[in-house]
Design a protein around this ligand. Structure first.
Ligand code: FDA
Length: 396
């Protein structure tokens, strides 16, 4: 039976980083994945260009931008492996990249460059990579773990679980990490799809559907949380970065509030329209500031016939309040089928924030998305994967 210092289960972003770091330290590492190629989510991320980090994923912003039952948990790893560290690695491999918006860094070329970089580093670190290999059983032994893989039995001192969350089962997400946690009596916080489009009941959807394909800048809010980014109408409901972001905060039964004129004073615009173009209908006035089909739908909803020149201040205020605070009640989300990430996961109280080792089972580690730490959209989740992987890689 082959013995390894460490086995890392899951060759995604977190698992590859942990294996590279441990291998560099001279540890004998086996990296296992049931998929036939590593980093499948890296490949499809960022529309094929991989938004591999965010320059704002720092300790200063972490408590706001990484969601967890314990918002302090992520700080140690994020402070020890920063976006600058990953950018250095990317630069060493001469991968051209650019900032798209809001600190989001993307490859100029393809996400495959990031996967190739990690594969090169795995090779340099002499990590053994076993693809198309699944885990059948794991048990604790006196000095480590006995692991039954589809290719045979192996043993190790340290076992790292980096199997990701439940999102996109079609791409290999299995929820295995949660099952292993359960096997060892570790707590898992409630999980739910996040960074996911929101859906609506049939009546509301009928009104939204004709706008499918329209994208507009908006501020989307839930409680005190607000995101100013693009909002996209789809055949199933609402999507786009602003909606994906708010979906991590939204809960069933809650409403979301959409400001369709971000930064603009709606009353000023409407008064100006009343003075300068008094003969226009309200739909036509709104169409000067919003996509035409959206303006039409909002005008129909407002049901204020006549010319804007005849509108009282009170009527204008009704319009202004509506477009600055359009309130919608989603019924659900598209679920794990399209969610970018899973909110919740291994309860951080089970883990050492520096090493990611479980307190109850010495030698067992959890890193990446399977842990109850979920970042904002825009490179935060990969930065968490790199940072938690790096931290475990120093410890195993
Ligand atoms: P990840 O899911 O990457 O890896 C887990 C690995 O474990 C997989 O290789 C899987 O095959 C393997 N595995 C699972 N079960 C197994 C089993 N039973 N046996 C063996 N192996 C098993 N984030 C970001 O920061 N920027 C971005 O641009 C994007 N874009 C994006 C697009 C889309 C469509 C999705 C779905 C997600 C993103 N994300 C993202 C999120 C990002 O992909 C995610 O946070 C990281 O991939 C998480 O890394 P992990 O290594 O933790 O899990």
């Amino acid at each position: 039976m082959t013995h390894y210092d460490a086995i890392v289960l899951g060759a995604g972003a977190a698992g590859m980083m942990a294996a590279i770091e441990a291998g560099r330290r001279g540890r004998q590492v086996l990296l296992v994945d049931h998929a036939n190629s590593p980093g499948e989510k890296i490949r499809i991320s960022g529309g094929g260009r991989c938004n591999f980090t965010n320059t704002n994923a720092t300790v200063e912003t972490a408590r706001e931008r990484f969601l967890s039952q314990n918002p302090r948990f992520a700080l140690s790893a994020l402070s020890r492996y920063t976006p600058a560290d990953f950018i250095k690695l990317v630069d060493r491999h001469t991968i051209a990249h650019h900032e798209k918006t809001l600190g989001q860094l993307f490859c100029d070329g393809s996400a495959l460059e990031i996967i190739n970089m990690l594969m090169t580093e795995l090779k340099r670190a002499r990590v053994t990579v076993a693809l198309s290999t699944s885990l059948e059983a794991v048990e604790k032994t006196e000095d480590g773990f006995a692991v039954r893989l589809s290719s045979g039995r192996v043993t190790c001192e340290r076992l790292v679980i980096a199997t990701g969350g439940k999102s996109i089962p079609k791409m290999g997400a299995t929820g295995l990490g949660y099952k292993i946690a359960e096997q060892f009596g570790l707590a898992v916080t409630q999980t739910r799809p996040a960074l996911v489009p929101l859906t609506f009941e049939p009546g509301a959807l009928e009104k939204l559907k004709p706008m499918a394909g329209i994208s507009t800048d908006a501020v989307v809010g839930h409680g005190r949380t607000r995101f100013e980014e693009a909002l996209l109408f789809t055949h199933r409901g609402l999507s786009g970065p602003a909606i994906l972001q708010i979906s991590s905060y939204w809960r069933e039964g809650d409403a979301i509030v959409v400001d369709l004129l971000p930064g603009g004073d709606a009353m000023d615009l409407l008064r100006e329209a009343r003075a300068k173009t008094p003969r226009l209908a309200i739909q036509t006035v709104l169409a000067q500031h919003l996509p035409k089909r959206l303006a039409q739908m909002l005008g129909d909803e407002l049901d204020l016939p006549g010319m804007v020149g005849d509108f009282s201040d009170k009527k204008l205020e009704k319009v202004a309040t509506f477009i600055k605070g359009w309130t919608l009640k989603p019924v659900g989300s598209e679920g794990y089928r399209t969610a970018e990430v899973t909110l919740g996961g291994i309860d951080t109280r089970e883990l050492d924030a520096k090493t990611f080792e479980t307190r109850k089972v010495p030698g067992l580690y959890f890193i990446g998305e399977v842990v109850d730490v979920t970042g904002w959209l825009g490179g935060y989740n990969f930065q968490w994967a790199w940072a938690s992987g790096w931290a475990a890689g120093q410890a195993i």
